[in-house]
Design a protein around this ligand. Sequence first.
Ligand code: 5GP
Ligand code: MN
Length: 358
Amino acid sequence: MPGKQTTTKKRPHSTNPYLRNRLMKPIQEIFPLLTQPRKVVITTHQKPDADAMGSSLALRHFLKQFGHDVTVISPTNWAGWVNWMPGVKEVMDFEMHRKAADVLLDSAEWVFCLDFNIFHRTKTMTEKLKQLKCTKILIDHHQEPDTASFDYGISDTSKSSTCEMVYDFMIGSGHADKINEEIAECLYAGLVGDTGSFRFASAHAGVHSIVADLKSKGLKHSVVHENLFDNYLENRLRFVGHVLLHRMDVFYEYNTALIAIPKNDLLKFDIKTGDTEGLVNYPQSIRGIKLVALVIDRDEERKWSFRSKGDFDCNSFARKHFDGGGHYNASGGRSSDPLEKTVQKFKEVLREYEAQLQ
Ligand code: 5GP
Ligand code: MN
């Protein structure tokens, strides 16, 4: 999704992804097993974004070419702006088709878990995933993965996106020839989403090389951009205008902007899953802003998003104060408090960070 950044600043983890993952077998050990058809489920985090859905569908298109029986199960519904992706019509919504999803998960031999670091990021699917005895494989770029829950995998926070990692998986397996136009479209969507259209530091040279390779396989990149970003209804744009005018506070002493969206706004503008995507990025365009916080009054909880520039650690901030986590420059969290109370808490907590936000 648009809005993720990474920084080149030193991270708390080892830079060698294999050292960090000693509890999981390296992903490379899967490669020789690929040619033997299996029942496979691919899943990802709740409310999948372009990287989550793109990486899941790209891997599905790849594995099907080996004769595997592959289903993508999303823990929840998803934004309309991923509905153009090839194969999305066959994605199963776990919450909508609980029984059929249980049958598929119970008979799966492999479950790939993409773009999340811990089972509870799959919301109502969490308990089901914990119970499964089959082989679980992680491909992810979030901090502090729960590696003990996976048999094989790779977790690498230096990667721009899970789509980059799925591309590496395809190349590493020795089956680059299987990367076709539909895979290229899905992978490109995730690269665009998680690098903020190639603007964040995470868009390293390798990312651009991947794009060049995908172009050579027939990728029409401008079509993907239009599908992702020019696909909203009028009400969404009017909602953005309303929110920026009436729901944003800027605290210049903390170089911080805060957007708090009450439930009534969501109802008034008929806001659907995915319509709030990218909202957190707007205040970043104000000169000097270092931290942006967005909180939305969802039915079940107050959902926080945090974005920073430079050396403010959003992952630790969300983890410590808002029951969340994510990346260094982009994280999320939650609260069961009412909107005003969680906003008040944010304002109080902010005082502790005054020095870091200068
Ligand atoms: P977003 O603000 O777009 O929802 O999320 C930003 C980043 O933080 C994403 O990489 C997302 O996976 C991660 N994230 C969002 N919410 C949570 C959360 O509640 N817990 C954790 N661990 N990560 C989150
Ligand atoms: Mn991602």
